[in-house]
Ligand binder design. Structure first.
Ligand SMILES: CC(=O)N[C@H]1[C@@H](OP(=O)(O)OP(=O)(O)OC[C@H]2O[C@@H](n3ccc(=O)[nH]c3=O)[C@H](O)[C@@H]2O)O[C@H](CO)[C@@H](O)[C@@H]1O[C@H](C)C(=O)N[C@@H](C)C(=O)N[C@H](CCC(=O)O)C(=O)O
Ligand SMILES: Nc1ncnc2c1ncn2[C@@H]1O[C@H](COP(=O)(O)OP(=O)(O)OP(=O)(O)O)[C@@H](O)[C@H]1O
Ligand SMILES: N[C@H](CCC[C@H](N)C(=O)O)C(=O)O
Ligand SMILES: [Mg+2]
Length: 497
């Protein structure tokens, strides 16, 4: 079992002289660390965090009664019993620092790739993992779909986990002999400080378009959140002589702004004539994508099985990240060309009716527009688009996504995503708010909507089912029901035959 000496905490916790001396005076150990009242164990340290719904400070007595030995707070609390109370200015930061220490600072033993951006994080981390693994660098993954530690896949709660969970997972990677980790870093995680204590070697920026404005309020705040990954790169207190690199999409105006935010080396990529890495002469078919990759002055032909212009960007991003660590262009290209696809990302669902059914995780206006324009570049007949918007998430994207669906498809079937605690009908009212009547079909039940689109489609048509990708659930209210777009499609065709 892991333990940590209380006196060791004095080295990094920002606290008063009195509390500092109190920490130094303690020779005993902590058995664990937690921010959750439900997982307090005897001898552990509890970090009180004030969230949107729950304030740990209001439950310190219950935590002390459950056997916590030390409690970190942001303001004085009343408590009976023999507990060491330490006051810090920011308990979340203390949690990140304590977690880093408790798990022996695992990111120091891993080559850390952090990938941020509105779209393409999951895809890019998977491409990095494939390239590095092909070149004998066993690489873990932390992200939306799961964490991969060694060969084991563990379920994910958030795209970017809380500091304790993140440090624990990284330490498990070290134990499983992973040498690198490709990690998705969401803007929300950056603002909350979930990645404090992680020393990234390479930071990748994919793109910035509208999402999460319910959380960030303004696009500028959203940019500032993403920028943190780059401004913090190489500035960590235990930063060593390791080379730090920022890999940045220069076609995105916000990528250009990021270059000024980082002290690290910058490797730029793009498809519009600028960048150290450039994709030229891009050709997209319904079988894949071809382009010439220019690396400084050299050019290499690349044929990806991945489809879509957006995947050219993801490939460039992953190429840049791995190239910076000494891999040769030809080696990286061989790996990229082998990638079949990432689950739920432009995933084609085979069927015997010659309908091209695609399940894709596009859940932002930009993602949806990209996927539909890729489809339109090869579709010969009608394009059906089944899509909705998640509840308890930003509302401004809803009419925009409704418009994109109607404008870029021949038949838009507007439906539910994860309604969560919102009324699905009200979400749909917002999705269709700016649409002319009779330009779309509205079917609230997602299964029925998918069945309807498939029943209307004929041989040669394309049916895009967007928004939920790999998800195998639908959240209605606070209940998670089993629901899998691919499964719904397969069931439909099985009942046909
Ligand atoms: C908006 C947001 O990020 N919320 C996160 C936040 O919730 P909150 O402020 O409501 O927390 P809270 O429930 O009040 O709890 C506060 C503290 O009390 C503790 N607690 C809580 C209950 C209890 O009984 N006992 C207890 O001790 C909690 O452990 C926490 O330390 O803190 C919680 C726990 O620390 C997180 O689980 C929760 O993420 C929720 C699940 C969430 O949906 N987050 C989404 C928006 C998110 O983070 N998304 C990003 C981006 C996705 C992407 O673009 O890919 C992601 O990285 O996943
Ligand atoms: N580089 C890109 N630019 C624009 N759209 C993209 C890009 N890459 C992927 N997409 C679209 O966005 C969807 C989600 O892709 P992916 O899961 O890789 O992104 P993500 O950033 O991890 O998303 P999340 O924020 O949910 O974690 C894909 O299914 C595709 O439709
Ligand atoms: N990581 C994103 C995913 C959204 C996926 C979509 N299916 C939805 O539920 O809105 C979020 O939590 O906002
Ligand atoms: Mg993701």
């Amino acid at each position: 079992m892991k333990v940590m000496k209380i006196s060791d905490c004095a080295a990094f916790l920002q606290t008063s002289h009195h509390d500092h001396q109190a920490l130094l005076a303690r020779n005993d150990e902590l058995t664990d660390l937690t921010q959750n009242t439900k997982t307090v164990k005897p001898g552990c340290c509890f970090v009180a965090i004030k969230g949107q719904r729950f304030d740990g400070h209001e439950h310190v007595q219950e935590v002390a009664d459950a056997g916590a030995k030390m409690i970190i707070v942001e303001h004085p609390v009343e408590i009976q019993g023999d507990v060491l109370i330490i006051t810090v200015p920011n308990s979340y930061k203390a949690l990140a620092q304590l977690s880093t220490c408790f798990f022996n600072d695992p990111s120091q033993h891993l080559l850390m790739f952090g990938v941020t951006g509105t779209n393409g994080k999951t895809t890019t981390t998977h491409l990095i993992e494939k390239i590095m693994a092909d070149h004998n660098v066993q690489t873990g993954i932390i992200g939306t779909m799961y964490s991969k530690v060694g060969t084991k896949k563990l379920p994910a709660v958030n795209t970017t986990p809380e500091p304790y969970a993140a440090q624990k997972t990284l330490s498990e990677m070290v134990a499983a002999h992973d040498q690198a980790c490709a990690m998705e870093v969401s803007s929300i995680a950056l603002v909350q400080g979930r990645t404090w204590g992680i020393d990234f070697d390479t930071a990748v920026f994919t793109n910035l378009t509208e999402d999460h404005l319910d959380y960030h309020k303004t696009f500028e705040n959203y940019f500032d959140a993403k920028a943190l990954l780059f401004s913090q790169l190489g500035n960590s207190y235990h930063s060593d002589a390791k080379k730090k690199t920022a890999v940045i999409n220069i076609d995105d105006p916000d990528g250009r702004r990021l270059i000024e935010k980082t002290a690290a080396n910058v490797l730029t990529y793009g498809t519009k004539g600028e960048g150290i890495l450039q994709a030229k002469s891009i050709e997209i078919t319904n079988k894949g994508t071809h382009f010439d990759l220019q690396v400084y002055d050299e050019s290499y032909p690349v044929t990806l099985k991945l489809m879509g212009n957006f995947n050219v960007y993801n490939a460039l991003a992953a190429f840049g990240a791995c190239y910076e660590h000494g891999l040769q262009p030809e080696e990286i290209i061989t790996s990229l060309e082998e990638v079949q696809g990432v689950r739920g990302r432009f995933q084609v669902v085979p069927n015997d009716q010659d309908i091209t059914v695609i399940v894709d995780y596009a859940h932002t206006p930009d993602g949806l527009e990209n996927v539909l324009s890729t489809i339109n570049s090869f579709a010969k007949q009608r394009v059906f688009c089944v899509v909705g918007c998640g509840g308890d998430r930003e509302t401004t994207k809803r009419p925009i996504m409704g418009n994109i669906a109607v404008q870029h498809s021949t038949d838009a079937v507007l439906t539910s995503d994860n309604p969560r605690t919102e009324d699905p009908e009200k979400i749909l009212d917002q999705v269709v708010a700016e649409l002319a009547p009779h330009t779309f079909t509205r079917i609230t039940d997602r299964r029925e909507a998918i069945h309807y689109a498939l029943s209307q489609a004929q041989a040669g048509d394309v049916v895009l089912i967007a928004g939920k990708g790999h998800e195998d659930y639908q959240i209605i209210g606070t209940m998670k029901h089993h629901f899998d777009d691919v499964e719904v499609v397969n069931d439909y065709f099985n009942h046909q035959s």
